[in-house]
Design a binder for this molecule. Structure first.
Ligand code: ATP
Ligand code: MG
Length: 259
């Protein structure tokens, strides 16, 4: 599958898959990452593969939280590096956030490979690579406890574009504000995060960059209101309801849908 026809009804979804497959051939993405993406795709299908109004609200609150932060950090895994390396670097530039490679599946050399990929896309400093800077956080088992002393360990706000529930809960328990991007509004990550953007990371991160640029000059009080006025539980429920409404509407199309 080399060429993706622009007329294909799932052209964008196929382009995203292709980026992941290339990321896997480059050694950045692991097979588990492909499976995780597939689970996300199913929810994207239900959303209509677009950024909803609720995701936009969450993106705005997330941008405000990043701009307000004293020590913001963007946690990057293999899938995120393969899908949106440019947006990660741009977001770090506009918010002053540090970039940290933080992996669920650690393999020799994988962190360094991902760091190199981010540097190729303009990233200046990428944390999470040096063993001497690693700190182990409590509550998480095995390798996943490792964070960088200069990065997530000292962060007040952590953006975790694709994260696992255990780690999100551990970061919250350490008192950090966690911004997650997760297509599944039912996951533990989505429920445990302070702000969850229910959207595909491939769409949400570039929009977050735009939103940060737009909001950068706003007074801190206004940014604070946006963060404090955001209700994550309500936003998740609305995202779920939107999926339900869509399914009901589609089912009512009856015969037309199955032609
Ligand atoms: P949790 O650990 O939070 O309870 P989980 O165990 O069900 O969740 P994981 O395997 O940890 O899920 O991660 C996979 C999840 O990541 C998917 O269900 C999906 O929601 C999310 N995901 C995968 N790819 C993307 C993507 N491109 N954009 C947004 N979210 C994604
Ligand atoms: Mg999980």
């Amino acid at each position: 599958m080399d060429e993706i026809s622009p007329n294909h009804p799932r052209a964008e979804s196929l382009r995203i898959r292709k980026r992941l497959a290339e990321g896997m051939r480059a050694g950045m993405v692991v097979p588990e990452g492909l499976a995780a993406h597939g689970r996300g795709e199913a929810f994207d299908y239900l959303l209509g593969e677009r950024t909803t109004e609720f995701a936009r609200e969450a993106i705005e609150a997330a941008a405000a939280a990043l701009l307000l932060a004293s020590h913001p950090v963007i946690s990057v895994n293999g899938n995120t590096a393969a899908l949106v390396p440019e947006a990660v670097v741009e977001l770090s530039e506009v918010t002053g956030a540090k970039i940290e490679v933080n992996l669920f599946h650690r393999l020799p050399g994988r962190e360094a490979l991902i760091a190199e990929h981010l540097k190729k896309h303009g990233g200046r400093e990428v944390l999470g690579v040096k063993e001497e800077d690693a700190v182990r956080i409590p509550e998480v088992q095995s390798d996943r406890r490792r964070v960088d002393r200069k990065g997530i360990f000292s962060a007040d706000v952590v953006l975790v574009p694709l994260e696992d529930g255990d780690r999100t809960e551990a970061l919250r328990a350490l008192g950090k504000r966690v911004v997650a991007v997760d297509l599944n509004p039912l996951s533990r990550t989505a429920r445990a995060a302070t702000i969850t953007v229910v959207d595909n990371v491939a769409r949400a991160l570039p929009l977050m960059v735009e939103e940060c640029r737009r909001m950068k000059g706003l007074p801190r009080e206004e940014l604070r209101k946006k963060v404090e006025g955001f209700d994550n539980g309500r936003n998740l429920r609305e995202s779920l309801r939107l999926m339900c409404r869509r399914l009901v509407e589609l089912s009512e199309k009856g015969e037309d849908l199955f032609k």
